[in-house]
Design a protein around this ligand. Structure first.
Ligand SMILES: Nc1nc2c(c(=O)[nH]1)N[C@H]1C(S)=C(S)[C@@H](COP(=O)(O)OP(=O)(O)OC[C@H]3O[C@@H](n4cnc5c(=O)[nH]c(N)nc54)[C@H](O)[C@@H]3O)O[C@H]1N2
Ligand SMILES: Nc1nc2c(c(=O)[nH]1)N[C@H]1C(S)=C(S)[C@@H](COP(=O)(O)OP(=O)(O)OC[C@H]3O[C@@H](n4cnc5c(=O)[nH]c(N)nc54)[C@H](O)[C@@H]3O)O[C@H]1N2
Ligand code: SF4
Ligand SMILES: [Mo]
Length: 677
């Protein structure tokens, strides 16, 4: 029996360190590493039996070539030689006809590893001169808002949170999505502190918190400004911190003065007294800490909402104290690969083009400056399910004149459209190194077993493809070990040696500009330059109709985006897809618990069974993501109801919409299917 140190590859802020146990070349199990200060030896329900993913019967273990119409998932198996030849021919065909920019890589964080997620692939697409993909789909809006408000200022280290007095999960369902932060949040109770959850849904986190503020989706800015109203009105602000460290404090105070708890109550649906009580709690906390999740970024005005939330720790000077402040993500502690690492120097001279991944449907429809997308290469992502406006995405993927390669470990609703499918390895079969967006540890993952079947690590797939296409650049031949050492060169020797020896190592935050000179921007002229009100602004609720409901599409407890939805154990644990509806909204529509309902946004219609409960307030509905379309009664999932228009900051997605909900008429009706094709 041998033990191999590694870490969870999934797009989760925790990046748990694990050890795989291997016997006779077979992985018997994985378990968490107890000594890790954050992940502490506990793997979540999704990953604790990860050998199931490695040996899952659906794994793609040989290349496949399409034999039927796109979308029908009809393939024959092929050799790597044949598959690489076909992939190279398709890519060269696109480049010859329209230039490199007509090739679009589509990837996200199927794996968070640098080697299999952002190394040889980047070099390869740079060498081709492909379009760039703007990776906006998750955290762009919060990241931008943080950068605008706190230029060069590190996020609060989550290990310090127990020293706070109030810990707020603001649009963050961490008991499901960031499990290893939760003990640090609840530790504030040891000092008599309070855990608050701000969320339209009574999630697992809301239930476990001391206070739940169940606001309307998209109304966070009104709540945050009203908190500031009370803080300023009652003299709870840190005037010295505001004067010394912040620009725009006076303007912000004036803006906040427009948002009395009464006005915010009308906008948010919260009781006035609850808003005032929260404001006092926040204003008196020494200090307060806020964790914002990506979930609250899914709205048209989310950028402004985030700027308002992010101002709260500045107004009370929470940053002066250990554990105080805010955590959007911790990515800036890590290298994202130097320009040489990602192969910027390999790119042929000429123009670049950035395509917003949120607008994939439009890009595939030709709604772009410059050449059309003639070739699409998808890896580490499942856009047919996870990208907004699935109808447009699937129409684009169906184009006969689009050449499409998809590399994945499993058949997905995206591989169904591929001309060539390439089999990828899992984390237990390849080398990788992972940064984290929740904590400050790098994690090394060594392969526990050799690749199953003919599957290959992404980096090897791109190495082979580069060779097949005749690219002679030495950087395109670097091995995974070379890539690892090149990446680690961005860290101090001490981090490198600890990582290589122990499997995980804490990195120091980037050096601050001289701390005393750092200025927080509560009012921001840069914001005006990108079309935003320079001050965080909120909206009243008065222009909203009473017929439609605000739909949110948060994460499922047992899945990781659209990954793991194909695992029977997790599907059983999760139970079938459900639309959460309040008893009031259900009764007024003649809907009972268990009724099959249709959820409509304009012409788009999704069918799902209703779950009637107080977990959502009247006016809100929630459909957990990301079930695959085929898992839904009408054949379409949540993203049929979402639209491609980005929100107000950073090109982020709007995974929310206003929907009409009604019982499905059980009479035969050929138009009731939500099918996309
Ligand atoms: N189990 C599980 N864990 C995951 C994932 C998963 O799919 N499943 N996905 C991973 C990824 S990629 C990400 S980005 C993170 C996401 O982590 P979270 O942001 O915690 O997850 P979400 O469920 O998207 O959103 C959090 C909460 O925001 C609420 N919300 C929606 N709209 C608003 C709003 O306008 N205001 C406020 N205050 N709250 C709002 C939702 O009801 C939801 O409960 O989780 C990661 N971890
Ligand atoms: N409606 C709605 N839509 C959403 C969200 C939402 O809250 N609501 N959340 C959004 C968010 S926050 C995110 S981050 C995105 C996530 O969207 P994606 O990043 O696309 O995540 P997944 O759905 O998990 O798909 C990842 C795919 O990568 C594959 N994969 C994993 N490892 C490897 C590998 O090593 N090599 C290769 N070639 N493939 C691999 C997996 O098998 C899987 O099919 O979804 C977004 N979509
Ligand atoms: S999904 Fe997150 S919590 Fe679960 S094992 Fe992976 S990193 Fe840890
Ligand atoms: Mo995400």
């Amino acid at each position: 029996m041998t033990e191999v140190a590694g870490g969870c590859p999934h797009d989760c802020p925790d990046t748990c360190a694990w050890v795989a146990t291997v016997e006779d070349g077979v992985v018997r199990g994985v378990r968490g590493v107890k000594a890790h200060p954050v992940t502490a030896g506990h793997l979540c329900v999704k990953v604790k039996d990860y050998e199931e993913r490695l040996y899952h019967p659906d794994r793609i273990l040989r290349p496949r070539i399409r034999t039927g119409p796109k979308g029908t998932a009809q393939f024959r198996e092929a050799s790597w030689d044949e598959a690489l030849a076909a992939a190279a021919e398709g890519l060269v065909g696109a480049v010859d006809a329209y230039g490199g920019l007509s090739v679009l890589p589509y990837r996200y964080m199927g794996t968070q590893g640098m080697l299999q997620g952002a190394s040889m692939d980047r070099r390869f697409f740079n060498r081709i001169g492909a379009s760039d993909l703007a990776g906006t789909i998750c955290y762009a809006t919060g990241g931008w808002a943080y950068g605008l408000t706190y230029p060069a200022w590190p996020e609060t280290d989550i290990e310090d949170v127990p020293d706070a007095e109030v810990a707020v999960a603001w649009g963050a369902n961490m008991v499901s999505t960031h499990l290893h932060l939760w003990p640090f949040m609840t530790a504030v109770r040891k000092r008599g502190g309070t855990v608050v959850c701000v969320d339209p849904v009574r999630t697992r986190t809301a239930r476990a918190a001391d206070v739940h503020l169940q606001l309307r989706p998209g109304s966070d800015a009104a709540l945050a400004l009203a908190v500031m109203y009370v803080v300023f009105a009652e003299g709870l602000e840190d005037a010295e911190f505001l004067a010394e460290r912040c620009v725009g404090a006076d303007e912000l105070r004036e803006r906040a003065a427009e948002w009395s708890p009464a006005r915010a109550s009308a906008a948010t649906g919260l009781a006035e007294d609850d808003i005032t009580a929260f404001a006092r709690l926040w204003g008196r906390a020494r200090p307060g800490f806020i964790k914002t999740g990506p979930g609250a970024q899914r709205h048209p005005e989310a950028g402004q909402a985030f700027r308002a939330i992010l101002a709260l720790p500045a107004v009370t000077g929470a940053w002066r104290f250990r554990g105080g402040g805010v955590h959007v993500h911790s990515v800036s502690n890590f290298s994202q690969g130097s320009p040489a690492f990602v192969g910027d120097n390999l790119r042929p001279p000429g123009t670049r083009r950035s395509v917003n991944m949120v607008e994939l449907g439009r890009a595939l429809a030709g709604d772009l400056d410059g050449p059309p997308v003639a070739a699409l290469f998808v890896y580490d992502s499942n856009p047919a399910v996870i990208a907004p406006d699935s109808a447009a995405v699937r129409a684009g993927l169906s184009r006969d004149d689009l050449f499409c390669v998809v590399a994945d470990q499993f058949p997905t609703e995206t591989t169904a459209y591929a001309d060539v499918v390439l089999p990828a390895t899992t984390q237990l079969e390849h080398l990788d190194v992972m940064w984290s967006w929740g904590h400050r540890y790098l994690t090394l993952n060594r392969p526990a077993v050799a690749p199953l079947g003919e599957s290959l690590p992404n980096a090897e797939i791109f190495r082979r493809l580069a060779k097949r296409m005749g690219f002679a650049d030495p950087a395109l031949a670097d091995t995974d070990e070379d890539l690892l050492h090149q990446y680690l060169a961005d860290y101090p020797e001490q981090v490198r040696s600890v990582l290589l020896e122990r499997g995980w190592a804490k990195v120091a935050p980037p050096p601050l500009l001289e701390f005393a000179r750092v200025v927080l921007r509560l009012a921001d002229p840069v914001a005006a330059g990108i079309g935003l009100d320079p001050l965080p602004r909120a909206l009243d609720h008065d222009d909203v109709d009473s017929v439609t409901l605000a739909l949110v599409t948060p994460k499922s407890h047992h899945f990781l985006n659209s990954s793991l939805v194909n695992h029977e154990r997790l599907r059983r644990a999760e139970g079938p897809p459900r639309l959460l509806l309040s008893p009031t909204d259900a009764a007024s529509r003649g809907i009972d618990d268990g009724t099959l309902v249709e959820v409509r946004n304009g012409p788009s219609c999704v069918e799902v069974v209703a779950a009637v409960s107080d977990d959502v307030a009247p006016g809100t509905a929630a459909l957990l993501s990301n079930w695959w379309h085929a898992d839904m009664p009408g054949g379409s999932g949540a993203n049929l109801l979402t639209r491609q228009d980005p929100n107000d900051l950073g090109g982020g997605p709007v995974f929310a919409s206003r929907v009409q909900v009604s019982p499905v008429q059980l009479l035969p009706n050929p138009q009731r299917s939500g099918s996309l094709d």
